[in-house]
Design a protein around this ligand. Sequence first.
Ligand SMILES: Nc1nc2c(c(=O)[nH]1)N[C@H]1C(S)=C(S)[C@@H](COP(=O)(O)O)O[C@H]1N2
Ligand SMILES: [Mo]
Length: 437
Amino acid sequence: MSKGATMMTKSAAKNLFAFFEGDPEQADRAVFGRESYPDRRGFLGGAGLAAMGAMLGAAIPFHRNMPAGFVPAALADTDVLQGKDGLVLLNDRPINAETPPHLLDSPITSNEHFFVRNNGNVPPDTSANGWELTIDGLVDTPLKLTIADLKEQFEVVKLALVIECGGNGRFFFSPPAGGNQWTYGAVGCAYFTGVRLRDVLKKAGVKEGVIYTAHEGADPHLSGDPARLPISRGLTIEKAMADDVLIAFEMNDTEIPVLNGRPLRLVVSGWPGSCSQKWLTRIWLRDVVHDGPKMGGTSYRVPRYPVAPGQDVPEEDFDIIMRMPVKSLITNPATKSDVSGKAVDVRGHAWSGDRTIEKVDVSIDFGASWMPTDLAPPVNFGAWQNWKKTVTFPQAGYYEIWSRATDSAGATQPYAVGWNPKGYLNNSMHRVAVNVA
Ligand SMILES: Nc1nc2c(c(=O)[nH]1)N[C@H]1C(S)=C(S)[C@@H](COP(=O)(O)O)O[C@H]1N2
Ligand SMILES: [Mo]
């Protein structure tokens, strides 16, 4: 709760905010009266006015001027990024926030710096106590497991794993693609502790003919309609059985932050972040490609052939994104920074879905020449790899530092990536501007 809201009690503010968060227009009708919607000119009278006044702890002299769906700023400026540090908020309904690259400088991303991508609302209750995960669909024995059951019945493993949103880099597409305008920071690599999805599925018994998983979480749909899921994606059964796919209950040796899926989430490194269902309540196995919300149409899907910028592509020509492409990030120096002294420590990370990185090169002359960097191996498969290079600038002036990773299959980052309608998979090289004094 920010200082603007000190005039009311915390719980009153939370109530009204939560109320408006689900479906602002419906909430507005409920508070302000159906007949006045949508052309209400502000007759916030009777019970509605009294209720809002009570929550604000003051009368509202100009209440007649408040528009439909209006949430008083004193309630709306609740700090939606509680527990986060330095993230850039792209959207607060649902909450979406990215990390500036220079805050991703440490080898492992802290919970405070890990980005947030929500499609719905944050579940009202995220306590581990009584949380239950259902495994069903085409299994021999459906399971219901508490978090204690998971810890008791399966081997607990801790892995550093990358989560990157499929739309990371969308901002740079032209013509622009709709959706959150992620630049570079919808990515992080944290330690996750949990059990292997494979072990849990094996215990339930995967039936013949299963080809896909389907994931569900507890986050309510933005409409507030309990029958709708904001997102439910799945994996091929082959990926679900991979070593590094976890059902996680800890992040960096502590509780997972609420915004990142407390108390239980999937972590599917190397595939679009959307596969890593947060607030995980159910995994069911299917003998068809999962068709939950955000599996079809143009969601997390790209045309199966190159298209011209802005081109209309029929939906049947889209494929589901599987692995994420090779990519690197420069985390030091920060872009647009002044550096003094001619030698600068350039650092960053590189990753490639289901592969490892072979080399990362940097350029300070707009790609005319490239210098190899010192590249560390991943701490485990599925983690990003850290690289560094001390770069000497020949004289003072404006420079760009570019980084380019090459993966174990020889794939490398392009200068610019082909356009696609929803702006996915932008793995063009990272460019950082510096002024050398
Ligand atoms: N239940 C649920 N899980 C979810 C989402 C969501 O909206 N609801 N968003 C997905 C998407 S699109 C991404 S990129 C990742 C982001 O994980 P993070 O918010 O922990 O960074 O979570 C995925 N898991
Ligand atoms: Mo995402």
